[in-house]
Write a protein of this length. Sequence first.
Length: 101
Amino acid sequence: MQELVKDKDEFLLNMAKKHIWWKTPEVALIHEQMLLAQIMERGELINMHYLTVFYDNKQLAEVLEKAEIGQFTIKSWHFWHYNVYGIDLKEIPPLPTRRIK
């Protein structure tokens, strides 16, 4: 079982080590949007709880609005839109896709 986290900085450092393993934690922390998207996509339930404790809906909505291709699966995309915006699933925007010219 995961230990309780004392503050936002400790949470982010732990998540950076776990979810952005290909970068040093210090570098991962610089890219907060990427880190938050990784937590939103791959985090455990307790991590999702901490996201809602340390970040408000406006901040989490910004992560969704700036999402890059492949950061979210349809399942987590719907989950977070529903939880952040509280909207009906049929109103959720499509996942980000590549624009082909």
